[in-house]
Design a binder for this molecule. Structure first.
Ligand code: AMP
Length: 249
């Protein structure tokens, strides 16, 4: 079974992002970039399926600038076999990304596609679902457990206040939640080996996909700075302030 994993290059989660002075976006100059954490979980799940003898090949795909090769090489070091970079320097919306992934799915014919549930930069949480609509594949989103056997994937989904288990006919799409697994670190020998693994670069044009956006980002703002707290002398004073000043009770 071939597994396709989508990995996105994003600002490292440890970085405190700065909004540009003109509110046109986030300042990415000299900022540390990394693989989206939910995509790391997606790669790990694919590698575990291969270790169990269920997956035979893992192909990782990223859509973004040439520098996204770094994240693809990381995925190769973690155990993926082959990588595809769909190179574009444009700010692509989720629908454009999903259309490009659909073109890669058509070419690669995977039985399982694993994506993160969300990219931590734009927080869209919709690419997997859009890919589901475009391909017509069954989808199990927010997965905290995945089992594959006999042409089916059984996916346990994290839903509000509980868990839901669904059975999906393959080919299927899974998006990963935080508790699915704990990703491993790449060992030095595997990082070296990954340099020799195949990495193919294609363009949206070569895939025949128009990436024109239907959404325009108008502005980005930093959260309002929190005002300093105060100390109260008694519970009575706290209740009085909550009632009359904050007006929350
Ligand atoms: P989003 O819907 O943008 O929150 O992203 C959800 C998931 O879709 C990510 O965790 C990735 O697996 C995939 N994805 C989104 N954008 C890209 C991209 N540019 N390249 C590869 N995968 C992506």
């Amino acid at each position: 079974m071939k597994v396709l994993v989508a990995v996105k290059r994003v600002v490292d989660y440890n970085v405190k992002v700065r909004v540009k002075a003109d509110n046109s976006g986030v300042d990415l100059a000299n900022v540390k970039m990394a693989m989206n954490p939910f995509c790391e979980i997606a790669v790990e799940e694919a590698v575990r399926l291969k270790e169990k003898g269920i997956a035979s090949e893992i192909v990782v795909v990223s859509i973004g600038p040439a520098t996204a090769q770094e994240q693809l090489r990381t995925a190769l070091a973690l155990g993926a076999d082959r990588a595809v970079l769909v190179e574009s320097n444009d700010e692509l919306g989720s629908l454009a990304v999903a259309k490009l992934l659909k073109a890669v799915v058509d070419k690669e014919q995977p039985q399982l596609v694993i994506l993160g549930k969300q990219a931590i930069d734009t927080d869209n949480n919709q690419t997997g679902q859009m890919l589901g609509a475009l391909t017509g594949f069954a989808q199990g989103t927010f997965a905290s457990k995945v089992e594959v056997a006999d042409g089916n994937a059984t996916v346990t989904r994290e839903i509000d206040g509980g868990l839901q288990t669904v059975a999906l006919n393959l080919p299927a799409i899974v998006t990963t939640d935080l508790r699915l697994n704990e990703p491993r670190y790449a060992s030095l020998p595997n990082i070296m080996k990954a340099k020799k693994k195949p990495l193919e670069t294609v363009t949206p044009d070569a895939l025949g996909v128009s990436t024109a956006s239907t959404v325009k980002m108008l502005k980005v703002e930093a959260p309002a700075a929190r005002s300093a707290g105060i100390k109260v002398k008694s519970v009575a004073e706290l209740v009085e302030k909550l009632k009359n000043e904050a007006k929350v009770i």
